[in-house]
Design a protein around this ligand. Structure first.
Ligand SMILES: Cc1cc2nc3c(=O)[nH]c(=O)nc-3n(C[C@H](O)[C@H](O)[C@H](O)COP(=O)(O)O)c2cc1C
Length: 215
């Protein structure tokens, strides 16, 4: 079976006359914006998605797995060497039934690893096993963002069909000004839901943007 032959989970559910909640894996990496992953998990679950969080070792220095486990309602996956439950290897089992891999925040480091197919922790190994769409929301210092290596990695990922949610311009956590701030959690949630065919960005009467799940 080639990568393109794996049946999409939503299609299988639709064919059976059913309707599956979108299953989204959220990869969290080691940037200062990692704390915003909590808001992303809440936004996705509120919109009816099933969210499984995967964290790199560095991400756990910024936010605890317990916080994201509590908000998502599922164990946070961090260690590929943890004994799998049942006969399945965890990262393969989750990848099989996935609708989207979202990585937010995405460090310069993870962009490089994704671009080059490195698989040295749970998240990067999982990425290679995933056949669902991949969306990344980079966040980093302006000079890291503008470095030719980062830009080349982004170009590789785009060419491969990865959707990049561009960072915004403003004051960065490091105190410098420029591009590199992660997009707002609300916009990331909207992009993720759109990628799984559930998104709709509706305007509230008072003009604020709101993410709505469609059926
Ligand atoms: C306080 C602090 C903040 C950091 N913020 C960022 C960041 O916003 N973006 C980034 O690309 N790297 C950032 N880094 C560097 C990453 O943590 C480092 O490159 C690490 O290897 C990333 O690992 P990971 O991609 O496996 O999570 C930061 C490091 C420290 C100590």
């Amino acid at each position: 079976m080639s990568r393109g032959d794996r049946p999409a989970r939503q299609e299988t559910a639709r064919a059976a006359g059913g309707h599956a909640a979108p299953r989204i894996a959220l990869g969290v990496t080691g940037g200062i914006a990692a704390y915003k992953a909590a808001e992303i998990v809440r936004g996705l679950t509120k919109a009816g998605s099933e969210v499984h969080v995967l964290m790199t070792a560095h991400a756990q220095k910024f936010i605890t797995p317990l916080t994201l486990q509590t908000l998502s309602g599922h164990p946070v996956l961090t260690d590929p060497w943890e004994v799998a439950q049942g006969p399945d290897i965890q990262h393969i089992a989750l990848a099989r039934g996935l609708d989207l891999l979202l990585i937010a925040p995405a460090t310069a480091d993870i962009l490089a690893k994704l671009a080059h197919g490195i698989a040295d922790d749970f998240l990067t190994t999982f990425h290679l096993a995933v056949t669902a769409p991949v969306v990344v929301a980079p966040a980093m210092n302006v000079w890291m963002w503008e470095h030719p290596a980062t830009q080349a990695n982004l170009a590789t990922l785009k060419q491969r069909g990865v959707r990049i949610i561009d960072p915004g311009v403003g004051e960065l956590a490091c105190g410098e000004e420029g591009i590199g701030r992660m997009a707002e959690p609300e916009a990331i949630v909207a992009a993720a839901l759109q990628s799984v065919g559930r998104g709709g960005v509706k305007k509230k009467p008072r003009g604020r943007l709101r993410v709505a799940a469609s059926s």
